[in-house]
Design a protein around this ligand. Structure first.
Ligand SMILES: [Zn+2]
Length: 192
């Protein structure tokens, strides 16, 4: 089941909900038998940046769980009323207190087990100024041959960084997912 457990209806408060396949649907959903609402669950977007200054990349050390104490590309949940680019720049500001000029989309990474999709952009710091935000304990510019691979927080980060190092001038978008880390996970629909 790739849905979060729901104990009651967020529309009318009724409990319990029925987990079933609505008429005309192709998969099971939580359905409220009282008010009829079908509770669709869809992936959340995480946006962030590979932010560079003079060829070095900015990483922040997480001061929150999960993966507290590990290095991470500045990234976080997209908010309503912003574009993905705006969200990516905002997250860099919030996490590592740096202003960036966003260049191009670099990586789309699907985290199947938690229903999240990463959008990571290549960006340039407008000035060599940065500091730890509320959820960060340290911020540093790393040479690409000094990246702390064993201390990175997430596979999505490692994937994007490896793609960048392999081909720094590539203008296309890299697509990755964590399916290979998920054992017998089977997606509902296979892309053509
Ligand atoms: Zn209801």
């Amino acid at each position: 089941m790739n849905q979060y457990i729901m104990n009651f209806c967020s529309n009318c408060g009724h409990a319990p909900l029925t987990y079933k396949q609505p008429v005309g649907d192709y998969q099971q959903r939580y359905v409220c038998d009282n008010c009829g609402v079908i509770h669709y669950q869809n992936p959340k977007i995480i946006c962030g940046c590979l932010a560079f200054y003079e060829g070095k990349i900015l990483l922040g050390k997480r001061d929150i769980e999960p993966r507290k104490g590990k290095w991470n590309l500045p990234a976080g949940f997209m908010e309503n009323n912003e574009t993905v680019k705006e969200g990516a720049a905002r997250e860099v500001w919030e996490e590592v207190q740096a202003r960036v000029k966003i260049k191009q989309l670099h990586t789309i990474y699907n985290l199947m087990h938690v229903n999240q999709v990463y959008f990571l952009f290549v960006a340039e710091l407008v000035e060599p100024v940065f500091a730890a935000g509320d959820e960060t304990s340290d911020v540093r510019l790393f040479d690409l041959d000094e990246i702390p691979w064993e201390e990175l927080a997430f596979h999505s980060n490692a994937f994007a960084l490896k793609q960048y190092i392999k081909n720094p001038n590539y203008q296309g978008v890299h697509h990755g997912d964590n399916r290979s880390y998920m054992g017998d996970f089977v997606p509902n629909i296979t892309p053509l």
